[in-house]
Design a protein around this ligand. Structure first.
Ligand code: HEC
Ligand code: HEC
Ligand code: HEC
Ligand code: HEC
Ligand code: HEC
Length: 296
């Protein structure tokens, strides 16, 4: 009996230890857990495209803006948000609901100490540290690759998910690639590109909801293309637009947006002998995008 008790006690001590050992305590540990640098040697072109993409800098904002800073500010301070606390040490993962889409691995794999370290880094404007947190290859090709978890289970730790099965994949850690049920579909992107306000938090708020616009405007209007068809031609992982590259973005937008103007000039005979010049300008702006632009 005593022996059984001892085993039970040990079990209770061991379980939380194991559970916490699986989660990252620091930004470096979290970055390492999802580190994709091993993919570079074989998938060099895709890696170079991804490195320039917004997915590689999801907490940096456009032009390195460190856009999570308002949450890191002290409660009551000018610019602070409802998610802010009066002491950076009190910040927890749930104080950053943004992680749902900007850094999903923080929700599943990070301790609250990561939120404290991030808060301190944001306040110190430590871009190098914040920039370590990325939507890496592993976030998309493992963590976000399965959405029907009741039927298909959680993503396996040593398996990547792609467009097809690869029985022996040469990566040192990910020895196999399995076909994902959603990788080629818009719903894959929809996980983060938003359907509307985020009601599940104790303080609802809204960020991206472009996937909502895609479903309720484009698809319902007869659109047939997927996000990947338009944004990832030939597997392009830049997934443009890249707002930091102004020239390329201007080119993309000028191809995508057209402005038709029709004008009619006439003179209005207000009363005998009094002609008033008038103009009617009709404008029509159309886009080839599969959703509203801009989003947000
Ligand atoms: C040693 C070389 C090597 C490394 C390292 C490597 N890969 Fe691969 N990977 C390949 C090769 C070769 C294929 C293609 C196999 C085929 O087509 O039969 C492949 C296939 C894939 C596929 C499936 C492609 C598809 O059509 O869906 C994905 C996804 C993938 N790799 C992702 C990664 C990621 C992510 C990493 C880093 C964690 C990585 N690979 C590291 C060589 C490598
Ligand atoms: C539903 C998923 C989702 C949530 C939750 C979310 N975001 Fe976003 N956010 C996105 C996506 C996707 C983009 C980029 C695409 C777009 O704007 O359409 C984006 C873009 C942004 C941008 C503009 C681009 C930039 O990098 O400067 C800011 C700022 C931003 N988010 C801040 C936040 C903050 C702060 C929170 C938390 C309070 C948050 N977001 C929560 C998905 C989300
Ligand atoms: C934002 C999510 C996302 C990220 C980040 C991402 N991928 Fe992909 N990847 C996809 C999607 C979606 C597809 C399927 C595209 C399609 O339908 O053609 C894909 C396709 C691929 C393929 C197959 C390409 C082909 O043309 O057949 C390989 C290989 C691959 N990814 C490797 C990588 C590597 C390596 C990285 C990191 C450098 C990476 N991916 C990062 C979403 C992502
Ligand atoms: C894990 C969540 C996630 C997934 C999955 C994802 N994205 Fe994103 N995406 C984001 C976030 C967050 C940003 C904004 C990063 C920033 O702040 O600059 C973004 C940025 C972008 C941008 C750059 C434009 C902009 O406004 O920032 C495009 C285009 C884009 N995503 C398209 C896609 C497509 C297409 C897919 C599917 C193949 C996809 N994304 C999958 C989270 C995601
Ligand atoms: C029919 C083609 C098409 C489809 C389908 C499509 N897009 Fe776009 N998207 C565009 C075009 C065109 C733009 C304008 C800039 C450009 O050319 O990249 C754009 C812009 C964007 C932007 C920048 C938004 C902004 O604020 O200006 C994001 C993010 C994005 N798309 C994500 C997605 C996602 C996620 C999906 C799927 C749910 C999707 N797109 C489906 C063509 C498409």
């Amino acid at each position: 009996m005593k022996f059984l008790k001892l085993i039970l006690v040990l079990l209770f001590i061991a379980v939380p230890l194991v559970a916490s050992a699986e989660k990252a305590k620091t930004i470096d540990e979290l970055a390492k857990m999802y580190d994709s640098s091993s993919c570079k040697s074989c998938h060099a072109e895709i890696y170079a495209q991804w490195e320039k993409s917004h997915h590689a800098r999801p907490l940096m904002g456009v032009k390195g803006g460190l856009m999570l800073t308002p949450l890191a500010l002290k409660k009551g301070e000018k610019g602070a948000t409802a998610f802010s606390e009066d002491d950076p040490k009190k910040m927890k993962i749930k104080n950053y609901p943004c992680f749902k889409c900007h850094l999903p691995q923080a929700v599943t794999s990070a301790e609250d100490s990561v939120a404290v370290e991030l808060t301190e880094a944001l306040l110190a404007k430590d871009s190098a540290k914040v920039g370590k947190l990325q939507i890496t290859c592993i976030v998309c090709h493992n963590e976000k690759a399965i959405i029907h978890k009741r039927e298909l289970g959680e993503p396996k730790k040593d398996v990547l998910y792609g467009k097809k099965d690869v029985a022996s994949h040469m990566d040192a850690k990910f020895k196999k690639v399995e076909k994902s049920a959603i990788m080629k579909d818009s719903v894959f992107c929809g996980q983060c590109h938003g359907t509307g306000p985020n009601f599940e938090f104790d303080q609802a708020f809204q960020c991206a909801n472009l996937y909502g616009s895609y479903l309720h405007s484009y698809v319902s209007g007869g659109g047939t293309k997927t996000c990947q068809d338009c944004h990832m031609q030939k597997g392009d992982h830049l997934i443009a637009p890249n707002w930091n590259d102004q020239k390329a973005t201007e080119e993309l937008l000028s191809k995508a947006i057209s402005l038709d103007i029709e004008t009619l000039g006439y003179e209005w005979l207000k009363k005998a002998g009094a002609l008033v010049p008038k103009i009617v300008v009709g404008t029509k702006i159309t886009t080839t995008a599969g959703h509203r632009i801009p989003d947000g």
